[in-house]
Design a protein around this ligand. Structure first.
Ligand SMILES: CCCCCCCC/C=C\CCCCCC(=O)SCCNC(=O)CCNC(=O)[C@H](O)C(C)(C)COP(=O)(O)OP(=O)(O)OC[C@H]1O[C@@H](n2cnc3c(N)ncnc32)[C@H](O)[C@@H]1OP(=O)(O)O
Ligand SMILES: Cc1cc2nc3c(=O)[nH]c(=O)nc-3n(C[C@H](O)[C@H](O)[C@H](O)COP(=O)(O)OP(=O)(O)OC[C@H]3O[C@@H](n4cnc5c(N)ncnc54)[C@H](O)[C@@H]3O)c2cc1C
Length: 658
């Protein structure tokens, strides 16, 4: 058997480009790489951030371990004056392989105060939150309602005599349920509740509530709070429940940047009722980035392992091939790698679009709200869905060892799966994007320039300009195919809706009956958007010819697999012919061959530390079998040669003599 590490060494020697150059591109420049390396150096050498035996821990131990790591992380951040949220994000992505019990504090609590608090409220709460003197969460979802926010039942009733709000959980279904970090960790929460003043309801607003004593962490009077129990993945997180019984807070604890309640109870409504949903939009943009990172990790593990794993001698006596040389294995993994790169590029686009449009909104251009919501909803759903299914493809591609916790892929899959549900269930978000697409289809004036393609009506009888398999290497033709599909499905969804209305259905019923068409066009739009962005961004890169070639080939794989996997949608209006579909399949194989020497280089370029992958299969040195064996020997069941259950149960039924 060949040595696993020599297999990876040989792969690395075959790579045609400079891996460090590609790492800089992925990180966004040399300076960002250096910053990342500096941040990694602060934590990687600390024993407390060791994850070696993590997969052996129980849920409670995992939570406790995560709290310990959180506290140390906070100390490190303070010690080195690290305050930039981007730095924190970098640490989460590349080193701390966990959903920390302060995830919601940093991803939602602080941003909500920043975006929805007045200057005075920011001044009061942000220093406490930034310094981790308080830890907060975002409590919106209830037992009875998650998607339909307007249906939340928690009430916040203004008492002008005492200038206080009184918060209540009037029914069982009004109990807050799911908020991360609520069950055991948080001291405070931004609670979304229906605002009542003099018996009139003014809809959902956000309020800061103290949940636990800052002296002994016990629940505050009127607060019932706890963990909701085990779930799929996210074992380090204490997703919780919360019920409130006449909890009083000062008037100043309602976040009043957009809507105000004055001492006498006068209410001033926000310029747009959806401003209160702003933090969700930020987190949806963050999910795009998380989806990219995690799929990159999964591809790293599975591709390195596939270069080390050998199986089935082709000819008697010959060395068994590396499993990566089976085209079926390539057909599993190369599309995941291509998707990981496409998502890394769209994540960068999403964050910069978020910041640009958010700045517009802050300066009063509220038109940007629906554009940001329209773009981020679909991309969150699309990337979460493909990332999760891609991680599972990578896990299965590792055969039996993919089932071992030591692969790192089991927990990754379980921890990412909820991203299809939290922060807006995926179908619901696709429907939101479809609404925006249809609006743009009907109203050119509101169509943002990034979506102007919607205004071009697809020509009946249009045909794809691909004449040969070589044509499929031309980004313009690939993007054209996705553009056509998106234009056609948007038009078809609009026509479907109109046909339902013309049959006499009221708008909501017609919208419901059009839901499947809506989701179809939103997915088609997202595929187009991501493909176009990949080729546009890659074309702009200043890099070596070899890197550009590899990236473009990955883009072609992403696009061609998108066409092959959704072939019906391209064939049904004869835009693509059967012969062109054959070209597509042929070119996919060609691209795999082109990329084969660079596969390890392309995953090495993500530069994940072994600790962050925490995988016996995917470590840099490829020493898979020693790692698996040593890990298994440390399993709690192997602490003694004879387990206590032998003495308790097994012994009496076993024969002492044969
Ligand atoms: C430092 C970073 C660290 C990062 C760490 C990340 C990892 C952390 C790991 C785990 C964290 C997990 C956190 C999870 C947190 C949560 O899940 S919080 C709860 C999230 N909940 C949701 O997302 C609920 C989903 N539901 C909705 O968003 C909305 O209710 C709805 C969009 C489904 C509908 O809203 P509703 O108010 O009922 O809508 P309508 O009144 O019918 O109005 C619809 C119109 O409103 C427009 N609209 C809706 N939302 C927005 C928005 N956000 N912005 C702008 N516009 C919006 C919508 O387009 C409709 O417009 P038209 O009528 O014109 O079509
Ligand atoms: C791990 C995890 C962490 C979470 N963290 C938080 C948190 O920190 N804070 C917080 O407030 N919440 C949190 N949540 C809650 C989360 O945001 C909601 O679960 C999510 O928004 C989905 O809402 P739901 O549970 O009501 O699903 P439902 O809306 O009940 O969805 C069930 C099904 O109904 C369908 N459906 C619902 N409405 C429609 C519609 N209008 N049209 C078509 N189909 C529809 C959905 O597509 C889905 O198939 C978390 C959830 C999870 C799983």
């Amino acid at each position: 058997m060949a040595s696993p590490s020599s297999d990876l060494d040989r792969e690395r020697r075959k790579c045609t480009f400079n891996v460090a150059e590609l790492t800089d591109i992925i990180n966004g420049g040399r300076e960002k790489t250096e910053r990342r390396q500096y941040l990694e150096s602060l934590v990687l050498n600390e024993p407390i951030f060791n994850y070696d035996d993590y997969y052996f821990l129980s849920r409670e131990e995992k939570y406790s371990d995560a709290v310990k790591k959180t506290v140390r992380l906070v100390q490190v951040l303070k010690q080195h004056n690290i305050e930039d949220p981007e730095d924190y994000q970098t640490l989460l992505k590349y080193v701390l392989n966990l959903n920390l019990p302060i995830a919601l504090h940093n991803s939602m609590f602080r941003p909500t105060i920043r975006d929805q608090g007045t200057d005075e409220q920011r001044k009061k709460w942000l220093p406490l939150a930034n310094d981790y003197k308080i830890i907060g969460t975002y409590a919106q979802t209830e037992l009875g309602h998650g998607t339909f926010i307007r249906g939340l039942e928690t009430t916040s009733t203004y008492d002008p005599k005492r200038e206080e709000f009184v918060l209540n959980t009037p029914t069982l279904t009004a109990t807050k349920w799911w908020p991360g970090c609520l069950g055991k960790t948080s001291t405070h929460a931004v609670v979304m509740a229906q605002l009542y003043i003099k018996n009139q309801c003014y809809g959902i607003h956000s309020f800061i509530i103290q949940l636990r004593s800052l002296k002994d962490h016990s629940p505050m009077p009127g607060v019932t709070v706890g963990d909701i129990g085990n779930k799929v993945g996210l074992e380090t997180n204490d997703n919780g429940f919360l019920a409130m019984d006449n909890v009083r807070i000062p008037r100043e604890n309602m976040l009043m940047r957009h809507a105000q309640v004055y001492p006498d109870g006068t209410y001033r409504k926000p310029a747009n009722s959806k401003l209160v949903y702003g933090t969700m939009v930020l987190l949806r943009a963050t999910v795009v980035s998380e989806s990219a990172t995690n799929l990159s990790k999964a591809a790293t593990i599975a591709i390195r392992y596939s270069c080390v794993r050998r199986q089935t001698e082709a000819k008697p006596g010959e060395l068994e091939p590396q499993i990566i040389d089976y085209v079926t294995q390539q057909h599993k993994l190369v599309p995941q790698l291509a998707t990981a790169y496409a998502f890394a590029w769209i994540a960068r686009y999403m964050m910069s679009t978020y910041h640009a449009l958010h700045a517009d909104i802050e300066s009063g251009h509220l038109g940007a709200l629906q554009e940001l919501h329209g773009i981020s909803s679909g991309l969150k759903a699309f990337t979460a869905e493909m990332s999760v299914s891609g991680i599972e493809v990578c896990r299965r591609a590792c055969g039996g060892h993919g089932f071992s916790a030591a692969s790192g892929l089991v927990s990754m899959y379980k921890d990412r799966l909820p991203s299809c549900t939290y922060e807006g269930e995926n179908t619901v978000l696709y429907l939101q994007t479809a609404r925006f697409l249809l609006k743009c289809f009907r109203q050119p004036s509101i169509t943002p320039s990034s979506m102007s393609y919607i205004q071009v009506k697809p020509l009946p009888g249009a045909r794809w300009g691909v004449k040969s398999p070589e044509d499929l290497m031309k980004p313009i033709l690939l993007v054209e195919a996705f553009e056509h599909r998106a234009q056609r499905t948007i038009k078809s969804a609009a026509q479907f809706l109109e046909s339902q209305i013309s049959q006499g259905l009221d708008t909501s019923e017609a919208m419901n009956r059009s839901g499947i068409e809506f989701v179809r066009c939103a997915k088609a739009h997202c595929y187009y958007f991501v493909t176009r962005n990949f080729f546009q961004s890659t074309a702009l890169l200043k890099c070596s010819k070899e890197i550009k070639e590899s990236l473009l080939t990955l883009g072609v794989v992403f696009a061609l697999n998108g066409i092959a996997d959704n072939s019906g949608e391209f064939l049904e209006d004869c835009f693509i012919t059967g012969t062109q579909m054959e070209f597509v399949r042929e070119r996919i194989l060609y691209c795999y061959k082109q990329l084969r020497p660079n596969l390890v280089g392309l995953v090495d370029a993500f530069a994940f530390a072994d600790q962050s992958l925490n995988s016996a299969l995917g470590a840099y040195d490829g020493d898979v079998y020693n790692r698996l064996y040593n890990w298994a020997k440390r399993a709690p069941l192997n602490k003694t040669d004879v387990h206590s259950s032998y003495h308790k149960y097994l012994k009496p039924i076993l024969k002492s003599k044969i």
